[in-house]
Design a protein around this ligand. Structure first.
Ligand SMILES: *Cc1c(COP(=O)(O)O)cnc(C)c1O
Length: 221
């Protein structure tokens, strides 16, 4: 299993795509196995699990928060989290900014755009996202680093629908313009979309960061 995982990581790297290994529900020992073959970026969707695994595992792991984040829990991950994918309100952004400040750091974030039809999937409407991006540009949140956009598509095999949903992210990113983001000289905005079932299509459609769980670690129970 791990050799296949490594092949996938290399193949994506060659295309300039970052692979976030989504290790939620999987034990620390399994993450350590992936670490030992060269994986450094892991994604979790629960604060407590993220904190526990951060304590147990090597300190050069880059931990990504990919799930719904409650404001009162930001303080637990603020000291070490590498990227928060799922920011979808100004109040959460404000909280992250404050906790980052307390920790004398700036925290990289993505704004989550609502792209799915399913009402259960969260995220900002494009207008709300544009307004928040403007606030960021106006330096209202100096302790966050605005790296890009994230989205979760509908759970479906319908490629046309997936393409349509993914394209909302690339279009939104383009209309914001590169200046909206806080990037290094040769850095591009991060576009985090694509999971085990749809990452190939996501990469074709412009994703440069995929979040893959079950394909790497096996099914979750
Ligand atoms: C669980 C999860 C993933 C990974 O899902 P798989 O289908 O197991 O690859 C990706 N993104 C988010 C936000 C998740 O919660």
């Amino acid at each position: 299993m791990t050799t296949a995982a490594l092949e996938l990581k290399k193949m994506l790297e060659e295309k300039g795509v970052v692979l976030v290994a989504v290790s939620k529900t999987k034990p620390a020992s399994m993450i350590q196995d992936f670490y030992d073959i060269g994986f450094r970026i892991f994604g979790e969707n629960r604060v407590q699990e993220l904190v526990d695994k951060h304590e147990l595992l090597p300190k050069d792991i880059q931990w990504h928060m990919i799930g719904n984040l409650q404001k009162n829990k930001v303080k637990y991950i603020a000291p070490f989290v590498s990227l928060i994918h799922s920011v979808s309100s100004s109040s959460l952004l404000e909280k992250i900014n404050n906790e980052a400040k307390k920790n004398h750091r700036r925290i990289p974030i993505l704004l989550q755009l609502k792209i799915a039809e399913e009402y259960t999937k969260s995220g900002l409407e494009e207008q709300e996202l544009t307004a928040l991006a403007q606030e960021i540009q106006d330096n209202k949140y100096p302790h966050i680093i605005f790296k890009g956009l994230m989205g979760m598509a509908t759970f479906t095999d319908d490629r046309d629908q997936l393409k349509l949903e993914f394209s909302k992210l690339t279009v939104c990113c383009q209309s914001l313009g590169k200046e909206a983001f806080d990037l290094g000289p040769s850095e591009h905005p991060t576009l985090s979309f694509g999971m085990s079932g749809d990452y190939e299509l996501a990469v074709e459609e412009g994703s440069n960061m995929v979040r893959i769980g079950s394909k790497l670690f096996g099914a979750r129970w």
